[in-house]
Design a protein around this ligand. Structure first.
Ligand SMILES: *Cc1c(COP(=O)(O)O)cnc(C)c1O
Length: 434
């Protein structure tokens, strides 16, 4: 669907981008490295749609990897940002906006009493490790293979969506010393802990290796193992927070960690992260405590205004609607793709939708850990389906490890259109399969 644009082509923009941005992108998942071809360059977004510089419209299931909940350019967010900007964009002094957003978070997440606002999920995860180490006087951390916690050195062992997608064992440039205290263990298995472990960090619902739900007993087992070893339990709710429901995975699964990381939705599309927990723990942070942490733009007035606007706008009914639509969408999507003969697994938890496709006739089964997801992701099917869908105006993330993020702007008719397109796209993939 073309729109008057006259702003150059996707090819031209990407060629220019590659001259000044490494790989043409500012974050590797945006490149088409794992699907091939040239990424389109987005000129604007509106609700469930993005439009590229050539005026082509895509039904967008990426939604900035989950940072956008209300849809693009939502009036409530626009108004909040505009109003905040008119009063000055940063001061390096306390502002009401950061108090409002922190109150929003603490009021919704059971057991979370205080948060420190930062500017990304990476910063939140990096800082929460320092806090956990400072509190326990221990160095070791435990993470789960396939969970992603941003790109801090200590957490780039094993790796999550971006790293797994690129097939790297971690990253060049991460020193052996930086990951020497990081243990990487399989998801959905409770590891043995000893008194060297400062914390166990986990995505309570894994959403960076497609969608892998915690099996019954897994989170409870982590809680018990941490308590027995005197280690802290950290939930990375950067995706699940304020998306599964007001209280995120903590509320959904009924297990309370000691510390949390947040990001994505809480910034309303602007750069915000947060980490926090019970007051007796967060009080170890400077200025009151010995654990240093800081940020010039932390608690930025525009970002906190956008986040507060989003969290104030959504209610329990919205979350119910999102989850209902996601269940129906995941089921219909699986049926439409499966009818072509391509093997497929779909699942949903709350509003999050997982989609894995594989060779015709293969059936790797529902994944419970990274190995189970890799069995699907090694197929050519995803890259082919991705391009067939893009040609039909549906944008998935360009990698098999990413979840789909239908949000409040995605109405039944939009999701029905995706299902229709997916059936046709999968039939084309199978017809051309060699
Ligand atoms: C996206 C993500 C992060 C990192 O957040 P950034 O804002 O990209 O730095 C951390 N943890 C999880 C679970 C994420 O999905």
């Amino acid at each position: 669907m073309a729109e008057a644009g006259g702003r150059g082509t996707n090819e031209e923009w990407f060629a220019r981008a590659r001259r000044v941005l490494p790989g043409g992108v500012d974050s590797p998942v945006r490149s088409f490295a794992s699907v091939g071809g040239t990424p389109f360059t987005v000129a604007r977004g509106e609700g469930p749609y993005v439009f590229d510089v050539e005026g082509t419209r895509y039904l967008d299931l990426v939604q900035s990897y989950g940072a956008v909940l209300l849809g693009h350019a939502h009036p409530v967010v626009l108004e909040a940002i505009t109003r905040a900007a008119a009063s000055g964009s940063t001061f390096g002094m306390p502002t009401p906006g950061e108090v409002l957003l922190a109150e929003d978070i603490c009021a919704r997440v059971p057991g979370c009493e205080r948060v420190r606002l930062v500017s990304s999920g990476t910063e939140a995860a990096m800082s929460v490790l320092r806090l956990a180490r400072g509190l326990t006087g221990r160095d070791r951390i435990v993470k789960f293979d396939g969970c992603y916690h941003g790109h801090a050195d200590a957490l780039l062992a094993g790796g999550g969506s971006g790293v797994a997608m690129l097939g790297l064992p971690g990253s060049a440039g991460v020193s052996a010393a930086a990951v020497a205290d990081t243990l990487v263990v399989p998801y959905n298995e409770v590891p043995e802990l000893d008194d060297t472990v400062a914390c166990v960090i986990v995505e309570p619902l894994a959403a960076n290796m497609s969608l892998v739900a915690p099996e019954p007993g897994f989170l409870e087992g982590l809680r018990a193992a941490c308590d027995a070893a005197g280690a802290l339990l950290v939930f990375d709710e950067v995706i699940s927070g304020f998306r599964l429901g007001p209280g995120g995975a903590t509320e959904r699964y009924g297990v309370r960690p000691d510390l949390w990381c947040f990001g994505k939705v809480i910034g309303g599309g602007l750069p915000v992260g947060a980490f926090g927990g019970r007051a007796e723990l967060t009080d170890a942070l400077a200025p009151g405590g010995p654990v240093y942490q800081a940020g010039t733009l932390s608690g930025n007035p525009l970002a906190t205004a956008a986040g507060h606007a989003v969290l104030s706008h959504v209610d329990a009914g919205d979350y119910r609607r999102l989850a209902d639509r996601a269940v129906r969408f995941a089921t219909a999507l699986g049926e439409a793709i499966g009818a072509s003969g391509l093997s497929v697994w779909t699942g949903s938890v709350g509003p999050l939708v997982g989609l894995l496709v594989g060779d015709p006739g293969a059936a790797p089964g529902a994944p419970r850990d990274l190995e189970g997801v890799r069995a699907w992701a090694s197929s050519e099917a995803h890259r082919r389906l991705f391009h067939e869908l893009l040609a039909r105006g549906v944008a998935l993330a360009p990698g098999p490890y990413e979840v789909l993020f239908p949000g409040l702007a995605h109405e039944e008719r939009h999701l029905d259109a995706v299902v229709q397109a997916a059936g046709e796209a999968a039939a084309s993939v199978v017809a051309a399969w060699t």
